[in-house]
Design a protein around this ligand. Structure first.
Ligand code: ASP
Length: 291
């Protein structure tokens, strides 16, 4: 029997009443099927989470990549991060403009620089040097899914993320966002902050979505791991406790997580969270609204 693997992806906590998420669900189902196939064939968790997040960014169906939310000046500033739990390496980019896939830039920072995070113009310089795909024409690159209503604040929770366990027992997480609609230029949320929006170690991988300011103040993604490592909590219990502490700080949202046994958790305290999952133990599904 082959070793266990698990994959969970999300398209953000927060759903808009009256809007259909069938297109987003179809996209997530297709992607998670592809990622599961790769994990079953022995692919590394790190490559799978990057591929999942890059495809979610490119879909234009979520508030990340092509679906990003313009800031108050009409610019699109993107944040992303990626972490390899097997060796603790991480890469992150914040407030980058002009590049199609911030998660790819984050991976390049991790693999091709001595740094963990680059921001703004410095990140853009690095991405150009690395030959990352530029956005040629922002107006035509940006897309909006059917029924998108920018006036609905819940649309702000459209971050995308992925967590995976591979057959070698390696955990990885990645998260990418176009941020919150109408955000101040230069505003950076939890998504690119290692330990807040993204975390992976030898025990658990986590990707968060929700009101970034509260997730930062709760050190949410790392706190989940700490609750397991130092407090002996099981995955589901630790995940629920993290959302409680985010809520105490005035934030709502959700997270996806996988542990080294392949157990998954996907709690949220919004009306819904777009997500899909598949494990070698036979658990699979796709969901947008609270069941
Ligand atoms: N956490 C993201 C941010 O604050 C937003 C989201 O999850 O949709 O930038």
């Amino acid at each position: 029997m082959s070793a266990p693997w698990s994959l969970v992806i999300h398209g953000g906590a927060g759903v808009q009443a009256g809007r259909s998420y069938l297109q987003a669900e179809a996209c997530m189902s297709e992607l998670v099927g592809r990622g599961a196939g790769d994990l079953a064939a022995g692919a590394p968790a790190l490559d799978v989470v990057q591929a999942m997040v890059a495809a979610l960014e490119a879909s234009g169906l979520f508030v990340a990549g092509r679906g990003s939310a313009p800031n108050a000046l009409g610019d699109v500033e993107l944040d992303a991060s990626i972490m390899d739990g097997s060796d603790g390496r991480a890469g992150a980019v914040s407030a980058i403009r002009g590049f199609a896939s911030p998660v790819v830039v984050a991976r390049r920072i991790m693999d091709g620089s001595p740094h963990v995070m680059l921001t703004g113009t410095g990140a853009e310089l690095f991405a150009r040097e690395q030959g990352c795909e530029p956005i040629v024409d922002l107006a035509t690159w940006l897309t909006r899914p059917d029924g998108f209503d920018p006036a609905d604040l819940d649309e702000g929770h459209g971050t995308v993320g992925a967590v995976a366990l591979d057959q070698k027992g390696r955990l990885a997480a990645a998260t990418s966002t176009g941020g919150i609609y109408g955000k101040r230029p230069g505003r950076v949320g939890d998504t690119p902050l290692i330990g807040a929006g993204t975390w992976a170690d030898d025990r658990v991988a986590v990707s968060c979505t929700g009101l970034g300011e509260a997730f930062i103040r709760a050190a949410a993604a790392h706190d989940l791991s700490a609750r397991m490592r130092y407090g002996g909590a099981q995955l589901a219990e630790a995940a629920a406790q993290v959302l409680e502490s985010v809520a105490r700080l005035g934030g709502d949202g959700g997270l996806i997580a996988v542990d080294r046994e392949g157990n998954i958790a996907r709690p949220f305290d919004t009306d819904g969270m777009k997500c899909a999952w598949r494990t070698s133990a036979g658990s699979q599904g796709v969901e947008s609204w609270r069941a």
